[in-house]
Design a protein around this ligand. Sequence first.
Ligand SMILES: Cc1cc2nc3c(=O)[nH]c(=O)nc-3n(C[C@H](O)[C@H](O)[C@H](O)COP(=O)(O)OP(=O)(O)OC[C@H]3O[C@@H](n4cnc5c(N)ncnc54)[C@H](O)[C@@H]3O)c2cc1C
Ligand code: SF4
Length: 569
Amino acid sequence: MMRLARSLDRLRPRYDVVVVGSGYGGGVAASRLARAAKRVAVLERGREFVTGELPSRFPALREQLQVTGRRLRMGAPTGLYDVRLGDDMHVLVGCGLGGGSLINAGVALRPDPRVFADPVWPRQVGHDGLLDVGYGRAARWLRPARDPAAADRAKYQALARSGERLGRGQMVAAPVAVSFEDTVNPAGIAQPACTRCGDCCGGCNAGAKNTVALTYLPDAVRHGAEVFTHARVSRVTRCAGGRWEVHLERLDGQSGAPCAEMRVSADIVVLAAGTLGSTEILLRSREAGLAVSDRLGHGFSANGDIIAFGYGGRTRVNAIGVGHPPRIESLDVGACVSGQIEIVDEQEVAGSLTIQEGVLPSALAPLLPVLFIPNGRLLGALQSLVSGVYKGPFANLQTFFAVSHDSASGRLVLEDSRVALAWPGAQDEPVYRRLDEALAALVKAAGGRYVKNPLAGTMMGRQPATAHPLGGCGMGRDRGEGVVNHKGQLFAGGADAGSADVHRGLYVMDGSIMPRSLGVNPLLTITALAERAMLHMARDLGLSFDDAPMRGAAPVPVTTPGAVASMGV
Ligand SMILES: Cc1cc2nc3c(=O)[nH]c(=O)nc-3n(C[C@H](O)[C@H](O)[C@H](O)COP(=O)(O)OP(=O)(O)OC[C@H]3O[C@@H](n4cnc5c(N)ncnc54)[C@H](O)[C@@H]3O)c2cc1C
Ligand code: SF4
């Protein structure tokens, strides 16, 4: 794969558009605005990983781990796996060019229509027809597909059998943003077929996962966008003439610590730094004088999402990734998620839940004995031959991802200039009891022991954890209800501003604008709402762009790092 990013030394003082963050929202904004012939800069705090460079061994994974808590700061601030330890809940997000798409399972689902019937959404979202257009565009670019052989996977069969015994829900193949055959994607990148190695959440080293780094971002670069990594934005301020000034710290010094401050100005700034990142930037901007809605930071949701395990079950599930190239031959694990049980509550959408069978990445394999077996440290040393985890009890280890709904009543605040989550009642949210009951019953039906949190005895404590943080800059009709309007424009605060007035040129487009839980994995909706917001921006500002696939140019192969070509320079 080609490198997209260029050195921060080449950052110009001024652009038409600065996009902050490079996940789903940032990728969409960068691609569409570059197609509209705007001069676009993308600023991403993490580093770039080309295909083949993602961690495939535990030492490399550990090097890419950053853990932050109230009294803790471990790892480089550009580490790919960004864990935030909270008093009430922990959060895991991705950090790197491509954002969460680098390390997620790629499950791409539309929520139950009852979710959008909730009056918490501004009316236009469900009624102007552009949400469907947004979903259509998101699907054309991320190309969710069901593994044609999903039902042959051992983990799929194990979950289906347990579900049947329980007599609840329906087992179906899950749509994932993965290419199951060799293909040239809409950005003109030649992607190979999925090898079914299961490592999606460690990072796809085959190039088959349809990440933002392989779709929207190369498209943006091909249309002239300039992409910068190691650029951590701290705040935005209004400068003379109505332009925006973006303040950033360079993280590309030797030590990895912030080494210099820089500024860049733009007519339009799109904050797409994710739920934690965009809310943090706006909280800091407010401290620096930006007048915003008092709702900023409110409405945090964990999307009723958990990861849990079944240990000691009777049958093989083969749910430890083998990596690419594979650590052991002839073990067909499948994509990280192949199938799911959907349990629909017809009375109350909040009662519905989806349970997916998941895979742990191969780089975590050496850790498993430590996590699941008493005296596992000793055993872990004895089992230093990694193939040990593909036999014996770990071949039967079930991993579950479950998603439902919560009350979205967490709050993001600044503590020592860093974003922190306050949600004192989080553990008692009814969703966790509902999920525990369902998962424990499934594991029991498989003859195993339900392990809710193998890290409970460590510094992780017993708090719930989520990989689907949403909210903090939620949409609303006016600033009394939300932080942005239905187009992602930031409501203006202050005595002089009308309740629906916005800051011209300042947008938010990522998971932070969700005003409630979605009840399904969020990537498709985040992408669809960003595509929708871009269509509104085009109408409002008279811009013109399409979403047609790249044609004409020769496909760019996904290759190994040794054969890196450079598209961005
Ligand atoms: C292990 C795991 C598995 C998951 N599985 C799924 C799944 O199967 N399906 C699904 O739908 N969702 C899944 N998710 C969640 C999904 O990946 C996220 O919801 C999604 O990536 C959020 O998109 P976003 O555009 O809001 O932001 P992100 O993808 O988080 O991107 C934000 C980007 O902004 C950057 N950034 C942050 N702060 C700054 C700053 N100050 N300056 C510059 N850059 C900054 C970040 O480094 C990041 O690259 C999973 C997540 C994880 C961690
Ligand atoms: S299963 Fe392996 S090859 Fe397929 S998308 Fe996931 S990481 Fe890539």
